[in-house]
Design a protein around this ligand. Structure first.
Ligand SMILES: *Cc1c(COP(=O)(O)O)cnc(C)c1O
Length: 395
């Protein structure tokens, strides 16, 4: 006999089970049904927890947010966004108004720099870029209208370390927000909230999710009101993350600490090996005593020097081409934090818009490469680099 309810399109309930799944269920539902208008009222008022519409929030995003909150020591639940740039945009666009002034680190992620130099000025927000290792220069750049200072702990791709302690003191004194993009360093190396940051940003696309199969971001503010404003802005601007991406990111986060530790240990080995290879002009790794910010890195990062290594080959574009061609099994790709080692070449990617003179100022020649170390066997990885460098510099 056909049950009348059975002919309705949506089933009433999930199949019955007294036991619960161990893995977070994937919840792609856009809408959530409430029992009554009274109940919906209470949900909107916030005295009853309940999802309503996925752009406003969904379980898979909240599970990921809480996991990162714990890693970062965030005082309240952060916001997961559809990309790292979504998180950057939420801060730069959602917390400023025309007439404000924003200071940024002069070696921020390329798209963040673009937003600082192209988009904010168009909206009447003036910006200044300053070396985040130079707190006195930051102080000089402050104005009455300065709303925030936005930095990354380690610069891209030269891996200079910001003076986080000095900047936090400066921001506190000046009543300016300190915003830290912690993508490169991750909460395994540093928790910016512990050092006085007001807002922490991540591209989950990189190390936290870690498998190059999702594009997601995260942002959390120390202050509850600011945190709410960020959430409301991301909802209004449509920066909602996909439930499936969040589900994958949660899976990636389960192994984040193990992956980070392994990649970091290999990075230290690779950096030391590279320094011995003929054809390598210099190696940049904050864990090496020859790094200009080694002492600061030791204090700030508590012995964690992360998985990023940069180095410079002697030679021109021909040598660079020969190197990537010979580096078998390594992806020449402009990303970082993947399980596999990736190499990027700033002169042809992130820094291609700069003139050769400007790149020279940053000591970023055609032979300059940035390596995001993955989970390969360290010895095998060093051998691949050695062979590729020998092939490139002897041809
Ligand atoms: C990749 C990256 C971003 C942007 O993240 P997406 O997820 O690619 O949008 C922001 N900041 C840093 C430091 C990054 O490396």
């Amino acid at each position: 006999m056909k049950n009348e309810k059975g002919s309705l399109v949506r089933p009433d309930a999930l199949p019955e089970s007294a036991s619960r799944p161990v893995v977070t269920p994937l919840s792609p539902s856009v809408v959530y049904a409430s029992d009554t208008p009274d109940m919906l009222d209470r949900q909107y008022d916030g005295d009853l927890k309940g999802y309503t519409y996925a752009r406003e929030g969904h379980p898979n995003a909240d599970v990921v947010a809480k996991r990162i909150d714990r890693l970062e020591g965030a005082p309240q639940m952060g916001v997961v966004t559809s990309s790292g740039m979504g998180a950057v945009s939420a801060v730069l666009l959602g917390l400023t108004r025309a007439g404000d002034h924003v200071i940024g680190g002069n070696q921020l992620y390329g798209r963040s720099l673009r937003m600082m130099t192209e988009d904010l000025p168009r909206l009447g927000i003036e910006t200044t870029l300053v070396d985040p290792g130079d707190t006195e220069a930051m102080r000089t750049a402050l104005r009455r209208e300065t709303r925030m200072i936005v930095i990354e702990v380690a610069s891209n791709p030269t891996l200079r370390v910001a003076d986080l302690e000095g900047l936090a003191a400066l921001c506190r004194e000046a009543g300016v927000l300190l915003v830290v993009d912690n993508t490169f360093t991750t909460p395994r190396a540093i928790r910016p909230f512990d050092w006085g940051a007001d807002i922490v940003i991540h591209s989950l696309t990189k190390l936290l999710a870690g498998h190059s199969d999702v594009t997601l971001g995260y942002v959390a503010a120390r202050d509850a009101t600011l945190n709410d404003r960020l959430r409301v802005f991301t909802v209004t601007a449509g920066m909602t993350p996909s439930p499936f991406d969040c589900w994958l990111a949660e899976r990636g986060l389960l192994s984040f600490e193990l992956r980070f530790d392994r990649a970091q240990a290999t990075a230290a080995e690779l950096a030391d090996a590279l320094a011995e290879f003929p054809g390598v002009r210099r190696v940049i790794y904050p864990g090496r005593p020859d790094h200009p910010d080694h002492t600061r890195a030791k204090t700030l990062l508590a012995g964690q020097f992360c998985n990023m290594v940069s180095f410079e080959l002697t030679g021109d574009r021909t040598v660079a081409n020969a190197f990537t061609r010979a580096a078998e099994g390594l992806s020449f790709a402009p990303t970082l934090g993947d399980v596999g080692t990736t190499i990027s070449h700033p002169a042809s990617s992130s820094h291609r818009a700069l003139s050769p003179e400007k790149r020279a100022e940053l000591s970023m020649s055609e032979g300059f490469f940035r390596v995001s170390v993955g989970l390969e066997d360290p010895e095998a990885l060093c051998a691949v680099f050695q062979n590729a460098i020998t092939a490139a510099t002897h041809s």
